[in-house]
Design a protein around this ligand. Structure first.
Ligand code: NAD
Length: 317
């Protein structure tokens, strides 16, 4: 299969592109290498992927409608995994316009190009943030998700809904996979696992929101990539599917696991919960198990160990 992975220079996209290339797919990555975080990290991911002769990277912006149309016309992809996005929840509160342009309009550009070029399956990376402050615990896909707490979640939810319209009108297979707090090697430097490791090793002060009384359904990046591959392999019409671990862990406990591995304490400053943040994420993964054969393998303790190993080897001189 010839597969486009957008956001392939990023954290999850690079793991997914690697997995697809290893099993022999013809993989094309697309990324604009923006500086939301240090682009050298994205170049390092690109260099790792370049070791596969069946991988190529195209440098392009999903907001460039004509450019995207030309790439699809030329390449004739069988399937698309659309992971390119601006992803920081707190940054979205400061720049709602950018998030709508990239995460919503950018997705529409790809949907149009997919429709015009008969792409067989379109898999869209969505987020547990679309559940907002829902009272339905665990989070289940039948929830209306119509009260997003910040522009990132609103733009992602809007793109999921537009996916239905393209399925309905044009017969496009569209699966939105909602990721829950992904962590692992090459993890994003603005996310908790990385910030915590940095705080322990470099004594950087970081905020601990709500006294660490927040539950997150931490999910190892390898399990997420497996779920995405399964979604690419199964055109399902239109579906929305949670990809989490289904076992939320208290932030304070996550901190303790990392501190235990590092043998030192993090430098934490108590901070109130932000309006854009939810207290708990918790995935019902029954639908993913049923439709995708998804079966997360890596416990949080094991995943944090793998993350820590990577951080120690790659990020500490
Ligand atoms: N990491 C998580 O916990 C998490 C949770 C839920 C959903 N997601 C979703 O998963 C996807 C990947 O997230 P990630 O954590 O790997 O983030 P990331 O920032 O590491 O990767 C996103 C990539 O998209 C690229 N990109 C951004 N804007 C672009 C544009 N206009 N044109 C082309 N490329 C562009 C970036 O350069 C980056 O390499 C995103 O869609 C994100 O919303 C992530």
């Amino acid at each position: 299969m010839k597969i486009l992975v957008t956001g392939a220079a990023g954290f999850i996209g690079s793991h997914l592109a690697d997995k697809l290339a290893r099993r022999g797919d013809d993989v094309v990555g697309l990324d604009n290498f923006n500086d939301y975080y240090d682009p050298r990290r994205k170049r390092a991911n690109q260099r790792r992927l370049a070791a596969h002769s069946n991988f190529r990277m195209i440098e392009a912006d999903v907001r460039d409608r004509q450019g995207i149309a030309a790439i699809f016309g030329r390449e004739k992809f069988n399937a698309v995994a659309h992971l390119a996005a601006l992803a920081g929840v707190r940054n979205a509160v400061k720049h709602p316009d950018l998030y709508v342009q990239v995460d919503y309009n950018g997705t529409q550009n790809l949907l149009d190009a997919a429709r015009d070029n008969d792409v067989g399956n379109f898999v869209f990376a969505s987020t547990s943030s679309v559940y907002g402050a829902t009272k339905q615990i665990p989070f289940v896909e039948t929830d209306p998700c119509d009260r997003p707490l910040q522009p990132y979640a609103a733009a992602k939810r809007a793109a999921e809904i537009l996916g239905f319209t393209y399925h309905h009108l044009f017969g496009l297979n569209f699966t939105a996979i909602r990721f829950f707090t992904v962590y692992g090697p090459a993890g994003r430097p603005d996310m908790m696992a990385y910030l915590l490791a940095d705080s322990i090793c470099k004594q950087r002060e970081i905020p601990l929101y709500n006294g660490g009384e927040m539950w997150r359904d931490w999910t190892y990046v390898g399990d997420i990539a497996d779920g995405a591959v399964a979604a690419l392999d199964r055109p399902l019409g239109y579906e929305v599917i949670n990809l989490g671990r289904g076992q939320p862990v208290l932030l304070n406990e996550f901190v303790e696991i990392m501190e235990g591995l590092a043998g030192d304490k993090a430098n934490l400053r108590e901070a109130p919960k932000l309006a854009a943040d939810v207290v708990r994420t918790y995935a019902d993964i029954g639908k993913a198990r049923r439709l995708l054969g998804y079966d997360p393998q890596v416990s949080v303790r094991e995943g944090v160990e793998r993350f820590w190993e990577w951080y120690r080897e790659e990020e500490l001189e």
